[in-house]
Design a protein around this ligand. Structure first.
Ligand SMILES: Cc1cc2nc3c(=O)[nH]c(=O)nc-3n(C[C@H](O)[C@H](O)[C@H](O)COP(=O)(O)OP(=O)(O)OC[C@H]3O[C@@H](n4cnc5c(N)ncnc54)[C@H](O)[C@@H]3O)c2cc1C
Length: 309
């Protein structure tokens, strides 16, 4: 089958949108397949570091990203609200299969971002958004003056604790391992010296309790088996991000965490014809501006490749 599209962009977050604007303006015949045209920060009430906007809500950002792409879409770019399930290399190009159809394309840009790792414990699902949250910057201020728990032991957990300490009565960081070896020692030291901060290590969280809202977290000490029920007003989970890349297994190289391995000079993956950008890749930092910038770099390289090879 002759490839119909020059490029299929998978994802409609800051990376997918930035790629879309550049692709349309470069007159590449492009299809964006996005499950939702909104990035992860769409739930954030106040984003203060999107360059060019002093403050913007996540919802406004999502809508302005889509409008920007649509403004240049013309007859060269289309957006389909579809979930990509498969990318299959062909003799020439790729077949991309979604939950609705299959499309052929010369190149693919993966910009599928990531989602939060969920806490597995009795009651964790039941109390999600009812006192148990995955976003301190979104929900933290609603818990001012309360005793709070942060679950996790990496930099994100410590940064969340530091943020909450500004207005919480106390913060208890609960970690499953004996050491904080996945966080920077300087961050750990600084946060733990705060008078309202304490940490519990080497424990397994067994339950989140509550009535309408969560009001306690239960954990078991791994060595002694001692069980503690800690009363809390809010629980913040920071146990990692999972890249949305399951559909790429066997198509291109992924890290053991599922991140797409890229060449940071070009955003090319280990599979010819496939590029990736943003939070789904094995880059160190995850931010809206970085995702958009990485996607622009990818587009420059895709354009050059399509026109010179
Ligand atoms: C709560 C929260 C607040 C944040 N606040 C900030 C902030 O203030 N400032 C900042 O710079 N960063 C912030 N971040 C980080 C920022 O949101 C991310 O770095 C950024 O969204 C990454 O962009 P992305 O385009 O790579 O991926 P994402 O934003 O994750 O977008 C991925 C896109 O891919 C789509 N998708 C996924 N799988 C498929 C599939 N199989 N088929 C089709 N489409 C698919 C999704 O629907 C979505 O459109 C925040 C993150 C969170 C979770």
């Amino acid at each position: 089958m002759e490839p119909i599209y020059d490029l299929i962009i998978i994802g409609g977050g800051p990376a997918g949108a930035a790629a879309g604007v550049y692709a349309a303006r470069k007159r590449l015949k492009t299809l964006i397949c996005a499950e939702t045209f909104a990035g992860q920060s769409a739930v954030s009430p106040d984003i203060q570091n999107w360059v060019g906007a002093i403050t913007i809500s996540g919802e406004e950002l999502a809508s302005s990203l889509r409008k920007h792409v649509e403004a240049y879409a013309d007859d060269i770019l289309s957006i389909h609200d579809e979930i990509v399930q498969k990318v299959e290399p062909q003799e020439e190009g790729f077949i991309v299969t979604t939950n609705k159809a299959s499309y052929s394309t010369r190149t693919v840009l993966v910009a599928t971002g990531s989602h939060r790792r969920k806490l597995v414990a009795t009651g964790a699902d039941k109390f999600e958004h009812k006192g148990l949250t995955y976003c301190a910057s979104c929900d933290g201020p609603m818990f001012a003056g309360q005793d709070l728990a942060v679950v996790g032991g990496g930099n994100a957990a410590f940064e969340t604790a530091a943020q909450l300490l500004a207005y919480a009565k106390s913060v208890t960081l609960i970690h499953r391992s004996p050491d904080f070896d996945r966080a920077d020692p300087i961050t750990v030291e600084k946060v733990l010296t705060h008078t309202n901060m304490r940490s519990v290590r080497n424990v397994e969280i067994t339950e989140v309790k509550g009535d309408v809202f969560a009001n306690a977290i239960v954990y078991r000490e791994k060595v002694t088996n001692e069980v503690t029920e800690l009363p809390v007003g809010g629980i913040f989970i920071e146990i990692g991000q999972i890249p949305n890349t399951a559909f790429l297994e066997g198509v291109t190289e992924l890290t053991e965490r599922g991140q797409v391995v890229i060449d940071p000079w070009t955003q090319q993956t280990r599979t010819k014809g496939v590029w990736a950008a943003g939070d789904c890749t094995n880059i160190l930092y995850h931010q809206n501006n970085i995702a958009a910038g990485d996607a622009v770099r990818a587009l420059e390289d895709i354009y050059k490749t399509l026109h010179t090879q």
